[in-house]
Design a protein around this ligand. Structure first.
Ligand SMILES: C[S@@+](CC[C@H](N)C(=O)[O-])C[C@H]1O[C@@H](n2cnc3c(N)ncnc32)[C@H](O)[C@@H]1O
Length: 127
C-alpha cells in the first residue's frame, strides 16, 4: 500500500495544485472589502471564507447560496475567497433576500417566546 502510494507520487505528472489556503494578508484584504457590507462579525466572515475554500477543495457538488444577504458582504467574501484561492470563481454564489428586513415574529413564535419567558421566570423564582 505504502509502495503503491509512493510510486503513484513519483510517476504521476505534477499538476498545478490550487493554493490551499489564504495568507493572513489575503484574508485581511477580503475582510477590508466586505466588512462594511455585512452585519456578520469578522470571525463569522473568516469562517465563511474558510468553509467556501474547504467545500470546493473537498469536491462537494453544488453551488453556494446565502439566504438573507443584506448588503452582500458575505456573498462577496465567498466570491473573492474563490478568486484568491483558485484564481477564478469555480462556484457561483446565489444571493437571496426579501429586501424587506427581518419580519416581525408570527403569532406562533410570539406565544412560544411567552412560554419560554414564563418557564424561565418560574425557574428563577425557585432559586
Ligand atoms: C441579519 S441580516 C443578514 C446579514 C447578512 N448575512 C450579512 O452578511 O450582513 C437578515 C437578512 O435576511 C433578510 N430576510 C429576512 N427575512 C427573510 C425572508 N423571509 N426571506 C428572505 N430574506 C429575508 C433581510 O432582508 C436581511 O437582509
Amino acid at each position: 500500500m505504502l509502495i503503491n502510494a509512493a510510486s503513484r507520487h513519483m510517476f504521476t505528472p505534477k499538476r498545478k495544485q490550487p493554493k490551499p489556503e489564504l495568507t493572513e494578508a489575503e484574508m485581511a484584504g477580503i475582510l477590508d472589502v466586505v466588512t462594511p457590507y455585512s452585519m456578520v462579525h469578522e470571525s463569522g466572515i473568516r469562517f465563511t471564507i474558510e468553509q467556501t475554500i474547504a467545500c470546493i477543495k473537498q469536491g462537494l457538488p453544488g453551488v453556494l447560496m446565502e439566504c438573507g444577504t443584506w448588503r452582500g458582504g458575505c456573498s462577496v467574501a465567498m466570491l473573492l475567497a474563490q478568486r484568491r484561492a483558485f484564481g477564478k470563481v469555480l462556484r457561483p454564489v446565489f444571493m437571496l433576500d426579501s429586501f424587506e428586513g427581518l419580519p416581525k415574529p408570527m403569532e406562533a413564535e410570539a406565544s412560544t417566546r411567552r412560554c419560554r419567558q414564563r418557564s424561565s421566570s418560574s425557574t428563577n423564582s425557585l432559586r
